[in-house]
Design a protein around this ligand. Structure first.
Ligand SMILES: *Cc1c(COP(=O)(O)O)cnc(C)c1O
Length: 373
């Protein structure tokens, strides 16, 4: 199987798998227990909290472990907005039109609570500019939420500029960093980020674990997302998932080295060069500053559904985004970029693993060639 869907989930790295199995075996105690094994689990969890905080220039006390980026995004909106008296007169939220689907679902809920939501459209390159954010913010804007890297296009948004803008207006700035963490630099101070979401399974870690960074967490009056026995600063009750967190820590430790292979090998350029050599027409959605492993490709003379169907035993490809690929509708990201439904049907996303080989790329190119009209 040639796996080309790492933006949906990155395969677990061998070192991470080893550390996960080891933690399941040896780190089974409840990290809230006061005996030796409990304390050792707690120490290991807090080591990961520290390394995550280090990675983004935060304090360990500002990191809460969650089940993943979806939950972190929920906390970013609900915990910060719904309990804070000083925000009670601010009922306006700004997001981009190319956010992950869960952000739209959260905003639907906020609209039911009486909030207004403004959408910022991307520019022709698929990028959300600070200028376009500035155009929609208002006196009563409570929160701006703009993802760091888009999961369908791989485009990197200028969140430093957006953060500066929000800071100057006193607006909370959240960024979903599920796709960017450990792949491009993050510094929550330089970027003026107040809240940020992370997910382990996008960096070779296990599913079901992630984190949220909340600036000055302990000084805020936050609404718990799960009322429980006080775990994670009372924000998220439930026994802390020590083995998953330990494996997440291992992923943070080793993923960047694996990912640096992309700079050496550059499968994206190699693949595009081969498309050209084979005279296959294509255009790329999302240009400029992009991550090296994600590529949204439109192939006007290729029958993409045939390509996907004929090769389903060999290629794992995403048509649209992972969450919407089983739906008939065109992806909201491609629509926001101005693609017609027909163009969207000729589009798919490739997201490489760092272990992709030349032979894999040759296979993909010949499969595309065979699916020509
Ligand atoms: C994968 C992804 C999510 C969802 O993360 P989970 O950990 O699976 O909940 C959210 N946002 C973006 C940008 C993603 O790529």
């Amino acid at each position: 199987m040639i796996y080309l869907d790492t933006a949906a989930s990155y395969p677990i790295l061998p070192e991470v798998k080893k550390s996960l199995l080891d933690a399941f075996e040896n780190c089974f105690a409840n990290s809230a227990s006061s005996h030796l094994l409990g304390e050792s689990a707690l120490a290991k969890v807090n080591e990961v909290r520290e390394s995550l905080a280090d990675e983004i220039g935060a304090f360990p006390s500002e990191i809460v472990f969650t089940s993943g980026a979806t939950e972190s995004n929920n906390i970013a909106f609900k915990s910060l907005l719904l309990n804070d008296e000083s925000l009670s007169s601010k009922k306006h939220i700004v997001i981009s039109s190319i956010e992950h689907k869960c952000i739209f679902a959260i905003c639907d809920y906020f609209q039911k609570l009486g909030y207004e939501v403004s959408l910022v459209e991307p520019d022709v390159n698929g990028v959300i500019t600070a200028e376009n954010v500035k155009a929609v913010i208002r006196e009563d804007t409570a929160l701006v939420s703009i993802m760091h890297v888009n999961n369908e296009l791989g485009t990197i948004n200028p969140i430093t500029e957006i953060g500066e803008l929000c800071f100057s207006k006193g607006i909370i700035f959240h960024s979903d960093a599920a796709q960017s963490f450990c792949k491009t630099d993050i510094d929550v101070d330089d970027m003026n980020i107040d809240v940020m979401s992370f997910s382990a399974h996008k960096v070779g870690g296990p599913k079901g674990i992630g984190a949220v960074y909340i600036r000055d967490l302990r000084k805020r009056n936050l609404l718990p997302v799960i009322h429980g026995a006080g775990q994670e600063d009372g924000l998220r009750g439930g026994t802390v998932a020590a083995p998953l967190i330990i494996a997440f820590g291992k992923a943070i430790e080793v993923f960047q080295h694996a990912y640096s292979n992309f700079e050496n090998g550059d499968p994206k350029s190699c693949f595009l060069k081969k498309l050209k050599e084979n005279e296959i027409d294509y255009s790329i959605n999302g240009q400029g500053n992009t991550l090296p492993h994600i590529l949204s490709l439109s192939l006007p003379k290729t029958n993409v559904s045939v390509l996907v169907r004929e090769n389903e035993d060999t290629l794992c490809l995403a048509q649209g985004s992972a969450c919407s690929s089983k739906e008939i509708e065109a992806s909201h990201v491609l629509t926001a970029l101005g693609l017609t439904r027909e163009q969207a049907e000729h589009t798919f996303r490739i997201s490489f693993t760092h272990t992709i080989t030349n032979a894999d790329i040759d296979f993909l190119v010949s499969a595309i060639k065979k699916a020509a009209y």
